[in-house]
Ligand binder design. Structure first.
Ligand code: S3P
Ligand code: PEP
Length: 438
């Protein structure tokens, strides 16, 4: 499937973007392991979250829905999962594979997980290594790639794990395995990463103590069912935040967006660049901070992105590069080598696409240097872009269409359905000139 982004458009209105992907994954995982019935609302009906849902169904959990974002999960308790009949196919979803690995480690059966072409290239040694320290036999393909085979061990060894990289997936994998360990399991991260696992475990009545960079839990407790209201995903909202910012005369309100401080780097970085972003009705919903976000168009300036913001905005860089192209001056990103091992090599994929559209973007090992063209009325030329089947690359170039002189064709957009299935419809409603063609 292709996107055709025609030049022009202006954003207005109030919209609610798709449910938070990270929280949706965890809502299925933790409610399946809980005792009692959990109801989830606002669930992301995207392929990644559905991959997690189907994996737990395959391990014997009764799950009804999703219907209009509502899912009901009959928890089976920490020890109630059953061996799946075949392999668990988790599609494009790194979060499913890496978090499930931690849960599978504590079962008394073997789980084999496979993924699509993109996921099959992504590194899994980062979860295999700590799980082996916990006493589990883990198999990967050459280079630590999937399929990932976890020979569940039942009772695990508790460990302290110093994360070699800032990764919420690795942290969560170790903490989830720690539910099945004897004694205290703890993680220390080199920089703050999203803390949805810690917050949601506490919400399910399973204490996780967080002190500075270290999170700790005791194995052998229990989770008690609760209601989960999943906020809209700040990572999906980011496309509209940048779109409204770079398109003169725009104003948009994004409703009920999760603004967890471990996820708000996109707001901080855009504000440093001069964006006009206001948080309205700030509130806490189910242990997660939420707000309506008003964005008005603004002139941006290039910046050196503070390195401490990198893990807090890790999924938003593709669209932040589009913002940087629309700024006056140079924007420099460093410390973001993790972008090279996402659904695509996001540094190279964005640099290649920006070049095609006439923007000077020089990739480096751990970031990029973008020469903003904000002084010009039209920032991007037209052309044909490869998304590399990466949802965030596809949506980022759709945003570029708002400041382009010619049509931008974006190839390989099917995977937008992994995180934001109604992106095109919402973008059209908000004022993008965007079509999708098969
Ligand atoms: O824990 C999570 O839900 C996620 C963590 C991040 O990955 P890393 O842990 O690899 O940084 C992020 O890129 C991904 O989209 C979701
Ligand atoms: C990196 C992402 O997801 P995952 O790691 O779950 O595939 C993402 O959604 O940008």
């Amino acid at each position: 499937m292709k996107f055709i982004a025609s030049p022009g458009g202006q954003l207005s209105g109030d919209i609610r973007v798709a449910g938070d992907k990270s929280i949706s994954h965890r809502s299925i995982m933790l409610s399946s392991l809980a005792e009692g019935v959990t109801e989830v609302s606002g669930f992301l009906e995207g392929e990644d979250a559905l991959a997690t849902l189907n994996a737990f169904r395959a391990m014997g959990v009764q799950i009804d829905g999703p219907v209009d974002g509502k899912v009901t999960i009959q928890g089976v308790g920490l020890h109630g999962l059953k061996a799946p009949e075949g392999e668990l196919y988790v599609g494009n979803s790194g979060t499913s594979m890496r978090l499930l690995a931690g849960i599978a480690a504590g079962q008394d059966f073997t789980v084999t997980m496979t993924g699509d072409v993109s996921l099959s290239k992504r590194p899994m040694e980062r979860v295999a290594a700590p799980l082996r320290l916990m006493g589990v036999e883990v198999e990967t393909q050459e280079g630590g790639r999937p399929p990932l085979v976890i020979n569940g061990k039942g009772k695990l060894k508790a460990i302290h794990y110093d994360l070699p990289m800032a990764s919420a997936q690795v942290k969560s994998c170790v903490l989830l395995a720690g539910l099945y360990a004897e004694g205290e399991t703890s993680t220390t991260e080199p920089a703050p990463t999203r803390d949805h696992t810690e917050r949601m475990l506490n919400g399910f009545g399973y204490p996780v103590a967080v002190e500075g960079a270290t999170a700790r839990l005791q194995g052998g407790g229990k989770l008690s069912a609760m209601h989960i209201d999943v906020p809209a995903d700040i990572s999906s909202a980011a496309f509209f935040m940048v779109a409204a910012t770079i398109t003169p005369g725009s104003q948009i309100i994004l409703q009920h967006v999760g603004i967890n401080p471990t996820r708000d780097g996109v707001i901080n970085i855009l504000r440093l660049m001069g964006a006009d972003i206001t948080l309205l009705n700030e509130r806490v919903v189910g242990g997660e901070p939420v707000a309506d976000i008003r964005v008005r168009s603004a002139e941006l300036v290039g910046i050196d992105i503070p390195v401490e913001q990198v893990p807090l905005a890790i999924d938003e860089f593709p669209v932040l590069f589009v913002a940087a192209a629309c700024a006056q001056g140079t924007t420099t990103l460093t410390g973001a080598e993790e972008l090279r091992v996402k659904e695509s090599d996001r540094i190279q994929a964005m640099a290649d696409g920006l070049h095609i559209l006439g923007v000077d973007a020089q990739p480096t090992d751990d970031g990029i240097v973008i020469q903003g063209r904000g002084a010009e009325e039209v920032v991007f030329g037209g052309g044909e872009i490869e998304s590399h089947h990466d949802h965030r690359i596809a949506m980022s170039f759709a945003v570029a269409g708002l400041r382009a002189s010619e049509t931008i064709t974006i190839n390989g957009c099917d995977n937008v359905a992994t995180s934001f299935p109604n992106f095109v419809a919402l973008a059209q409603k908000a004022g993008f000139k965007l079509e999708q063609v098969d």
